[in-house]
Design a protein around this ligand. Structure first.
Ligand code: HEM
Length: 426
């Protein structure tokens, strides 16, 4: 096997499989060999150049002219014609949003739409996030056990996301199914049969997104970021286009919710496996913001992202031809000892944890990062206060095979409800 530049492919590079259990369980551990020996390698199985070290991942993010983001939402597994036909039957036309838009269109749009994401604007949502969090915990606090993903972590961030966007909750259950389909469709390896089922779900998701936009156009002065977008369209019709609005309605539901659901599940799993650290947070909640940042670094929910090289380039000393696709693995970069001391340790007082690349970096860096941080903090505040004695139940963690969105399918915990602090001190 040879790379597109004619070099031989090493055995480990040939075997790299981001859909296998090794990568799913712990992408940073799985790529330890690469960070040490072959930090930028070509994966023939994927047809991508894989970038694993901190400085290289950051350099790719930083240079958006050489490495553009237009492939960010491309299907990583080519689809069969039958699945394409199904999508066509729904008039599916997902195009550019923000995350996969070129300059200069991207920056113009980002500037017009960013105000509701500023920390000041987000303060308004804090009581809503806390209310939603408490409502979900109320449902199972007396049970003594829960599958937190099933019973809370999937839906609560979706509810928060829908409030933030201004979408009605009546469409929630459907949106939940559709957004899983979108993840498989974009970053997964579905079989031909699965592709057809997924195409129907994605087609329905697309149509529902269109109906939601239409409903919002009828009430443009109502709440939420999507209505803000509709109002901005009146002022900047060339920057905020109809195609953008429809595509973004669908994409942002996924962006706002799966990333955060997985992020909280990963954080709780990590903290509960490090009992002494969990206990510290229960005793001193002022440590929570630092813990959130460290969890995003150590066990983030977006493991890898994609770029396309627009010209011949060199990454970490390796020549990469124009037109190449790159898989930049933030989960690996975040555990690079060249940037983070003792990178595998969970250290909630680490002074450079916020250098983590889980939100990306540079011109496309996650717009929702402060909303996500707020959600993670409030979730941890409520859990450490109300269920400090919660423990992980014995279990093996499973993941949806895909390159990018990473979090356990289930997170089973247990506790003795007789010891709930609220019973002693109602
Ligand atoms: C972009 C991760 C939560 C909205 C991104 C990118 C990543 C990411 C990796 C691409 C960055 C790049 O190309 O440099 C995450 C993670 C989250 C999270 C890990 C939670 C833990 C959210 C939330 C929202 C959101 C809650 C919205 C409510 C966006 C938007 C973009 C984006 C609009 C596109 C920005 C642009 O291209 O200019 N996010 N995200 N994200 N995210 Fe997030």
């Amino acid at each position: 096997l040879k790379t597109p530049t004619g070099c031989p492919v090493s055995q480990q590079a040939a075997q790299f499989d981001p859909f296998g259990d090794g990568y799913q369980q712990d992408p940073a551990e799985y790529l330890r060999w690469a960070r040490a020996q072959e930090p930028v390698f070509y994966s023939p199985r994927l047809g991508y150049w894989v970038v694993t070290r901190y400085d290289d991942v950051k350099a790719v993010f930083r240079d958006h002219e050489t490495f553009n983001a237009t492939v960010a939402l491309e299907k990583i597994t080519p689809t069969v014609p039958e699945a394409d036909a199904v999508l066509k039957s729904y008039d599916y036309a997902m195009k550019r949003t923000l995350v996969n838009e070129e300059e200069p269109a991207h920056m113009a749009r980002r500037r017009v739409l960013i105000e509701p994401f500023t920390p000041e604007a987000l303060k308004e949502h804090e009581p809503m996030v806390r209310r939603v969090t408490r409502q979900y915990v109320d449902r199972f606090i007396d049970d003594g056990h829960a599958d937190l993903v099933e019973q809370m972590l999937w839906e609560a961030p979706l509810t928060v996301g829908l409030h933030f966007l201004g979408v009605d909750e009546e469409d929630m259950e459907q949106l939940r199914r559709y957004s899983i389909a979108h993840t498989v469709n974009t970053w997964g390896r579905p079989s031909p049969e699965e592709q057809i089922a997924v195409a129907h779900a994605v087609g329905n998701f697309w149509q529902l997104s269109g109906r939601i936009v239409d409903k919002m156009r009828a009430t443009p002065d109502g709440p939420g970021w999507m209505r803000y977008t509709i109002r901005m369209q009146k002022e900047h019709p060339d920057v905020v286009t109809d195609s953008y609005l429809h595509s973004m309605m669908m994409a942002v539901i996924v962006a706002a919710h799966e990333t955060t659901s997985h992020g909280i599940a990963n954080a709780l799993k990590l903290l509960l496996s490090n009992r002494a650290v969990w206990q510290e947070l229960c005793d001193d909640p002022s440590l929570i913001p630092g813990a959130v940042e460290e969890c995003l670094r150590h066990n983030g929910s977006v493991a890898a992202w994609r770029r396309l090289s627009t010209r011949d380039a060199v990454v970490g000393g390796v020549p990469i031809p124009a037109g190449s696709r790159l898989l930049i693995v933030m989960a690996s970069a975040n555990r690079d000892e060249r940037h983070f001391a003792d990178p595998d340790a969970l250290d909630i007082r680490r002074d450079n944890a916020s250098d983590q690349l889980t939100f990306g970096y540079g011109s496309h860096q996650c717009m929702g990062k402060n909303l996500a941080r707020m959600e993670l903090q409030i979730f941890l505040e409520e859990f450490t206060k109300r269920l400090p004695h919660m423990q992980l139940a014995p279990q093996r963690f499973e993941y949806l095979p895909n390159t990018s969105f990473r979090g356990p399918k289930h997170l089973r915990v247990e506790w003795n409800p007789a010891l709930n602090p609220e019973r002693a001190n109602p």
